[in-house]
Design a protein around this ligand. Structure first.
Ligand code: SAH
Ligand code: SF4
Ligand code: F3S
Length: 465
């Protein structure tokens, strides 16, 4: 059962925040290192972890060396994500030997899997605290216990997931604010671990979200990122919809941009595309993960659409929002995929002409359906297909940005450019990076930028107002 955490429980946690703050006020101000691996949802959880720790009196360091508390907020989506966490955890062994008082915590998606918890118990004895995605809001209590009793603790409650409102947040970026609108996933794509580690789909109340966005905009946010594993099924159980949410947020006063992620093609309806076309604040970037171009593989993946359905969505987007940029995720080497299936993916990529692609080699995840399927193709062969797909996309992407030359876009100036400090940088409504000459007074403001040059990965422009 999904549970909304009660007001009483949240108050109890606030009491623990005060108790920890008292302990911390009697010693040298403690320092925490919080490292988030993983997607925007995890980044958003990381902001809550930092929000709670900050109120408990912790300062932050971007290195674990010398920290009093280290928290790894983990991702389980592919094997290399997990390997990275284990590598980093191993490296902490020496640090802990030097500083035995250091508290090491591991949370996030990885630790919602029993076999990972077992591995940490056995092979990483220097880890003090493990807490799952359903236990995030109990961090104040868990830290209090660590500071007073100092005993290893593993707390990963099972269940369909919780909604905890009112957790303090320490934002990474005041201009760009992430707002979770729903948690969990019901889709059970056969390769994916997310539904197992994040529980069932559950939406926050529309009024809670709108009021959070309103406050964020009033305090200077210029970009709102609405987060969920499948935002287009937002609100189903509440009798509302993602379209309704977008309309209400779009109607709020102030100049700001609305982004969202991720979306699933099966729920990307014409109504939603019409809504986006009408809502001028909503990004013109459509990230529509297709995963494969083969109907046979899409069926095995449990995606609930075929390639023709996908083309239908893409064509409708391009008709209604001609300035749209469309990007996608693709998995190469799903169990049982043949070279013929793979060629179907290549032909889909050639037909759609994506602005850019995120490509992954299939990684078996324990407990998923796909992990049980026969997988006869060698890693070497999959690697070849993967490179073939990259080559195809590179050719498609070459000069894809030329179409922007001469156009003028409203762009939020985010700060100095990464490569050239004389230039300032922002993103077009299609989420393409654009650099332009300017000065510090532009930072945090929307400016009109006319595109003058295009590269493979970014644009160059000039401010026209
Ligand atoms: N909920 C989002 C994001 C899921 S994870 C969505 O549905 O779009 C992001 C991407 O990781 C997925 O789109 C998929 O392409 C990739 N992915 C997920 N599980 C994977 C696995 N087991 N192996 C390889 N890639 C995977
Ligand atoms: Fe995973 Fe599919 Fe859910 Fe995305 S929609 S999180 S790929 S199960
Ligand atoms: Fe990874 Fe969990 Fe996100 S598995 S991709 S951090 S939801």
């Amino acid at each position: 059962m999904t549970t909304k955490i009660s007001v009483e429980e949240m108050e109890l946690q606030r009491d623990f925040i005060k108790k920890v703050a008292e302990i911390n006020s009697t010693r040298e101000p403690p320092v925490a290192h919080v490292h988030t691996f993983g997607c925007q949802q995890n980044v958003s959880d990381g902001e809550k972890i930092k929000g709670m720790l900050s109120e408990m009196g912790y300062g932050f360091s971007d290195k674990p060396d010398g920290a009093d508390l280290v928290i790894f907020n983990t991702c389980a989506v592919r094997e290399n994500a997990e390997d990275r966490v284990f590598g980093n955890l191993g490296a902490l062994k020496h640090e802990k030997r030097r500083n035995p008082n250091m508290i090491i915590g591991v949370c996030g998606c990885m630790v919602q899997q029993a076999h990972i918890v077992e591995k940490i118990k056995r092979s990483f004895p220097h880890v003090d605290l493990v807490f799952g995605t359903n236990a995030l809001h109990t961090l104040p209590q868990l830290i209090y216990e660590q500071l007073t009793v100092r005993k290893r603790k593993f707390y990963t409650p099972e269940g369909d997931g919780v909604i905890a409102e009112g957790i303090p947040v320490c934002r990474e970026n005041a201009l760009k604010v992430s707002v979770p609108i729903m948690y969990g996933c019901n889709n059970f794509c056969s390769y994916c671990i997310v539904p197992y580690v994040r529980g069932r789909e559950r939406s926050r109340e529309l009024a809670d979200i709108v009021s959070e966005v309103k406050t964020a905009v009033a305090t200077g946010a210029k970009e709102i990122l609405l987060l969920g594993q499948n935002v287009n099924s937002y609100g189903k159980e509440l009798g509302t919809s993602f379209s309704e949410l977008l309309r209400q947020i779009n109607a709020l006063d102030g100049e700001f941009k609305i982004c969202y992620m991720s979306s699933h093609p099966k729920d990307f309806t014409k109504e939603l595309i019409d809504t986006i076309a009408e809502c001028e604040k909503v990004t013109r970037h459509f990230h529509l993960p297709v995963q494969s171009g083969s109907d046979r593989i899409l069926k095995l993946m449990n995606r609930h659409y075929g390639r023709e359905d996908y083309f239908g969505i893409v064509d409708y987007i391009r008709e209604k929002v001609p300035s749209a940029a469309i990007t996608s995720d693709i998995i190469v080497g799903f169990p049982g995929e043949t070279y013929e299936d793979f060629k179907e993916t290549v032909s889909l990529v050639e037909r759609v002409k994506f602005d850019s692609l995120y490509t992954f080699i299939y990684s078996p995840r324990k407990g998923t359906k796909a992990a049980e399927m026969p997988d006869p193709i060698s890693a070497e062969e999959k690697g070849k297909w993967f490179r073939e797909l990259l080559d195809v996309q590179e050719k498609m992407g070459e000069n894809a940005y030329n179409r922007y030359i001469g156009q003028t876009f409203r762009v939020l100036c985010e700060g100095e450019g990464r490569t050239d400090s004389k230039l300032f940088t922002g993103k077009t409504p299609q989420d393409v990076i654009v650099d332009f000459a300017g000065d510090n007074s532009l930072v945090g403001k929307f400016v009109n930028v006319k595109i003058t040059e295009a590269y493979n990965w970014a644009l160059l422009g000039e401010v026209t107002e």
